[in-house]
Design a protein around this ligand. Structure first.
Ligand SMILES: [Fe+2]
Ligand SMILES: [Fe+2]
Length: 479
């Protein structure tokens, strides 16, 4: 806004909030006309956005909830865990049986009675994994509903860990199965499909960490400004955004890591959510915001996590365009009658696989995407017990029942996107610069990168809000 425009406002008796000087107003006379119409004499950023930038929705977009944890609890007694693991095994076995040639699948009890040298196959849960010291064979303790047995792989499969449910094929010999093939439940391959709609975008955020002194405020301001059509670069995309997915760690929280208080700008969690509200309230109202929680948010850390409680996020509940969901959740993003299936998970279990599988130790884009693929192949968001904390419900909420079109995650503060079997994978970066805790563990965050997915044809790209201008972020995209 230049001095001439400011004078026009003052001349018409309108006072302003200092923040609005930074924004461009294409037609000041039109704005003054609207202000007079509504008898507004004080112009703040929120009013400016609503009057100048917000556009009415074109076409009807909506959300259809497929899977959302309602907050059921568990006493976490031994029996709860038995039921939980039985449910996980039975459902993953059923998924496998639909995908593979089920002919000849036997129970482990049945295999024990087979003669030596018989070709066998069975669907099992891996109970223990070890490597033989001499020949470096991978030795699995396996189990199903009937029995426990041993399986031996001559070539180590480093992605086959404890608690994975797989089908193994091989030869029975003495007290073990000598495995020649391991089949994961995996997602169905989705052929390239294009919806009969115009370009419509979903944009993905995660790990905003409002309340931290290291929150990338300037970068987030550029993002909000872009969404409102106030930035020239990629404006044609901004105009067609219908969904904003925020996959947890909305705020930095309180007492999450040692000495966090020294790095907190806002020291109580409700005020942190208030500050987030001030930002999200400026997202145009025709964009639906999907809000779920992460390990920094005001809830229990065990998964599934319920939606944000109004007690903490009171101000956010004033947003008329926000939907509050559990972590994880699955929804359909609907544009008219067309829809895309979205699975969102904050991503807490990813770090377990970074630390457990040597080739993923680098924690680069490739590793993060490979771990997300492993989750899809395992049809489970935390396949190994201990990779995240769990609420042992009667039904395992972390099983991936349905193959999604988009699998969104966060938590690792890295930006990456790829396609696996027709599923778009996005890991949605963060809005917080390196904390002292991250520095200690060598975590180097990629800040202010935003994956953008076109729901029409599932094409995707990553925008970078880290500079003065919005640019395409080349790194972190695997096509
Ligand atoms: Fe985070
Ligand atoms: Fe997190």
């Amino acid at each position: 806004m230049n001095q001439e425009q400011l004078n026009l406002l003052f001349g018409n008796g309108i006072l302003i909030d200092a923040g609005i000087k930074n924004f461009e107003v294409p037609d000041m006379n039109k704005l003054i006309e609207k202000l007079k119409e509504k008898s507004i004499t004080f112009l703040d950023t929120k009013t400016l956005y609503n009057l100048v930038y917000d556009k009415p929705s074109e076409g009807n977009s909506s959300i259809e909830v497929v899977k959302n944890y309602g907050g059921e609890t568990s006493h976490s007694k031994p029996n709860d865990w038995i039921n939980y693991f039985n449910d996980r095994f039975n459902r993953l076995r059923d998924i496998l049986l639909k995908r593979v040639d089920a002919n000849g699948v036997m129970s482990l009890e049945g295999i024990k009675n087979m003669p030596n040298g018989a070709e066998v196959k069975s669907i099992v849960m891996v109970a223990e994994v070890s490597i033989s010291p001499v020949k470096h064979y991978q030795i699995l303790e396996i189990e199903d509903n009937t029995s426990r047995y041993k399986a031996i792989l001559s070539v180590v499969n480093d992605e086959l860990l404890k608690d994975h449910v797989v089908m193994i094929k091989g030869k029975k010999y003495k007290d073990a199965i000598f495995v020649n093939d391991v089949v994961f439940p995996d997602v169905q391959i989705i052929d390239k499909d294009t919806l009969d709609i115009g370009d419509t975008y979903a944009v993905f955020l995660s790990d905003i960490h409002v309340g931290s002194k290291l929150f990338a405020a300037t970068e987030f301001e550029l993002f909000i400004n872009w969404l409102n059509g106030g930035v020239d670069e990629y404006k044609s995309i901004a105009e067609k955004v219908k969904f904003l997915v925020v996959a947890g760690d909305l705020v930095d929280g309180v007492g999450v890591y040692p000495e966090q208080e020294k790095e907190l700008e806002i020291k109580d969690v409700r005020s942190q959510y208030d500050a987030l509200y001030q930002l999200l309230d400026r997202v145009p109202k025709h964009i639906t915001i999907l809000i779920s929680q992460g390990n920094h948010d005001a809830t229990h850390i065990a998964e599934p996590q319920p939606k944000l409680e109004p007690y903490f996020g009171e101000s956010l509940y004033k947003l008329t365009n926000a939907v509050f969901l559990s972590n994880p959740y699955q929804v359909n993003l609907k544009i008219g009658d067309a829809k895309r299936k979205l699975l969102s998970y904050h991503g807490f279990s990813i770090m377990y696989y970074v630390n457990s599988i040597a080739k993923f130790n680098k924690m680069d884009d490739e590793s993060i995407l490979s771990i997300m693929k492993l989750q899809l192949r395992s049809r489970h968001l935390a396949p190994t017990h201990g990779s995240t904390q769990l609420v042992p419900l009667h039904r395992d909420f972390l099983v991936i029942d349905e193959t999604p079109d988009i699998f969104a995650s966060g938590h690792v503060h890295k930006a990456a996107a790829s396609m696996y079997r027709g599923v778009v994978l996005v890991n949605a970066s963060c809005w917080q610069y390196q904390t002292s805790y991250q520095k200690k563990y060598g975590v180097d965050p990629e800040v202010a990168k935003v994956p953008v997915v076109n729901l029409r044809d599932k094409s995707f790209q990553m925008l970078d809000f880290g500079g003065a201008k919005v640019q395409i972020f080349k790194k972190g995209i695997k096509t």
